[in-house]
Design a protein around this ligand. Structure first.
Ligand code: NAP
Length: 243
């Protein structure tokens, strides 16, 4: 049977592009969304017209019971989970001194706790099958820190810690765990920046351009084919951040 992959936050942006690429490759895709039902249904319909069937599942992955529901849906329907892509995420652009406990809980729960909960829900099946791949969608800010995005940076650095530690723990079960750390990619997440600000950012990027969601989905496809990469944070940022 084809590989079964859960993509969280697949209703738009990077997650949507990953879901499309993998469905077109013939994988069984479970595309998760939370608020954007219309967009998720449009994605399903668009792929159906091209001959690919995907499942769309509503779940707020920042909540344990909903993360569990997403994993259970997949196991009940397909009997296995080969790949988990923890992509769902939110960002905020605020002075650190203006941040509240609510901001902290919302961003950490959505970006980091979701990966903890989803990973716990799928790993027993992966261990049973002695096969698995988890990809955490991190960020350049997790690697170097981003001004006015402190909580976001913490959440992404936490994801990278999860990636590295879990890769060591799960390697003997043939489960690989990696982070992808995008720089700036054209999505709704960056609508907060004006055209002028985007132009200024482009000038800081050696390759002179903002990335596209397909630059990230190509890396996901490669990681799925690969056998020997684990515990890594793979930066895709046009050279914006070089460590
Ligand atoms: P986006 O266009 O805003 O999409 C975010 C996705 O996450 C949406 O599908 C949204 O679905 C989903 N989501 C948010 N909260 C959720 C929750 N509680 N449960 C389930 N789904 C949830 O953002 P994007 O740019 O594609 O970002 C995708 C990932 O890449 C994020 O983790 C982000 O931090 C990371 N990233 C992005 C960039 C960039 O420049 N774009 C750079 C570095 C890292 P609903 O609307 O249905 O809730």
């Amino acid at each position: 049977m084809e590989k079964v992959v859960i993509v969280t936050g697949a209703s738009r942006g990077i997650g949507r592009e990953i879901a499309k690429r993998l469905a077109k490759k013939g994988l069984k895709v479970i595309a998760n969304y939370n608020k954007s039902q219309k967009e998720a249904e449009e994605l399903q319909e668009e792929l159906r017209k091209e001959g690919q069937e995907i499942d769309i599942v509503k779940a707020d992955v920042s909540k344990r019971e909903e993360a569990r529901k997403l994993a259970e849906f997949t196991l009940n329907k397909y009997g296995k989970i080969d790949i988990l892509i923890n992509n769902a995420g939110i960002s905020e652009y605020k002075l650190f001194t203006d941040e509240t406990d609510e901001d902290w809980n919302k961003i950490i729960n959505t970006n980091l706790y979701s990966a903890f909960a989803m990973s716990q829900e799928v790993i027993p099946n992966m261990i049973h099958n002695k096969n698995g791949l988890i990809i955490n969608m991190s960020s350049a800010w997790g690697v170097v820190g981003g001004s006015l995005e402190v909580i976001y940076s913490v959440s992404k650095a936490g994801l990278d810690g999860l990636t590295k530690a879990l890769a060591k723990e799960l390697g003997p079960s043939n489960i690989r765990v990696n982070s992808i750390a995008p720089g700036m990619i054209y999505t709704k997440m960056n609508e907060k920046f004006s055209k002028e600000e985007i132009e200024e950012i482009k000038e800081e990027i050696p390759l002179g351009t903002i990335g596209e969601a397909s630059d990230i989905s190509k890396c996901v496809e490669w990681l799925i084919e690969d056998k020997y990469t684990t515990g890594q944070v793979i930066s895709i940022n046009g050279g914006w951040i070089i460590t």
